[in-house]
Design a binder for this molecule. Structure first.
Ligand code: SAM
Length: 279
């Protein structure tokens, strides 16, 4: 039974880190002309209303994308520019953001004509929203389990692969399942770029994912983490991304982007970056 709805969390600090890494990876891969097959194994509903009851109930976007938007003029890394521009055009130049794109929308907007996007979503109502949105976007929507679905699609027809794995981790064994799926996917497409999001929890459950990836045989895994300066006593205290086969120079550029979010006057978090598994 799926109960997680991303509308309660869209645009929070974790989404800022995740979508910064996702769009940076895609735009850096586009330095080469060859087509990219993009897969989003847990897509959500693609477009979120930040003024909705769900979003306002948690107000998580206030400390995330709304804060980023308020400091956009001070950001010096040029890699923030494409994100800021997309948010600006989606919100028709408004001073306040009311719409926020989810991962399939970031991929579709940054994709080139030869690139493809396949989005998996298992939740029935999220899947319907996604299908309605995808109608005009060229994104292929599949209402199936994203981990199993990904494996069926690999290796892709296009020469290059970008995959986002962003589960809701409602089931405890999802951490181990994600590590296992990554190992299987990597064997089918070793040159693919895989981005995996995980929550950093006081319970430490995410260690199952980290340990699983370390023992999976997958090489060249970058680990980016952002930790809240004022974390809750229990629950999610930070956000992590594993990036397998990042484009050359991605680590420095992501580190420069996330360093700009540090400090109380920014997003109130500290960022770290290291190699979980070297080449
Ligand atoms: N990736 C989205 C983004 O960045 O905007 C957010 C995705 S949200 C964290 C996780 C989504 O995965 C939820 O919409 C949930 O319904 C969906 N989901 C849960 N289990 C799934 C599964 N086995 N296969 C595909 N989707 C699943």
């Amino acid at each position: 039974m799926l109960s997680y709805l991303h509308a309660f969390h869209a645009g929070n600090f974790a989404d800022v880190q995740k979508h910064a890494a996702l769009t940076l990876a895609l735009t850096m891969m586009q330095a080469k002309k060859t087509a990219i097959a993009c897969f989003d194994t847990h897509a959500g509903s693609a477009l979120y209303d930040l003024t909705s009851e769900r979003s306002r109930k948690t107000a998580e976007a206030d400390a995330g994308i709304h804060r980023l938007w308020s400091i956009r003029g001070q950001l010096t890394s040029p890699d923030w520019q494409p994100l800021v521009e997309l948010l600006g055009s989606l919100n028709q130049g408004s001073e306040t953001l009311s719409l926020y794109p989810g991962s399939p929308a970031w991929l579709a907007n940054f994709g080139r004509p030869g690139d493809s996007v396949t989005a998996f979503e298992l939740h029935p109502s999220e899947g319907r929203h996604l299908e309605n949105w995808a109608d005009k976007s060229g994104v292929r929507v599949v209402n199936q389990d994203g981990l199993k679905g990904l494996l069926k699609c690999l290796p892709p027809a296009q020469p290059r692969l970008l995959t986002l794995i962003d589960p809701s981790y409602e089931v405890k064994d999802e951490y181990a399942q994600v590590a296992k799926t990554l190992g299987q996917a990597w064997k089918k497409c070793r040159h693919g770029v895989y981005l995996i999001w995980y929550p950093i929890l006081t319970s430490g459950l995410q260690q199952q994912l980290i340990a699983g990836v370390e023992s999976s045989g997958v090489r060249k895994v970058l680990r980016s983490e952002v930790m809240l300066d004022q974390p809750p006593e229990r629950g999610m205290v930070g956000s992590g991304m594993l990036v397998v086969n990042p484009p050359w120079g991605f680590d420095q550029r992501l580190s420069d982007m996330l360093a700009e979010l540090e400090g109380e006057a920014r997003l109130g978090m500290s960022a770290s970056l290291s190699w979980l598994v070297p080449e």
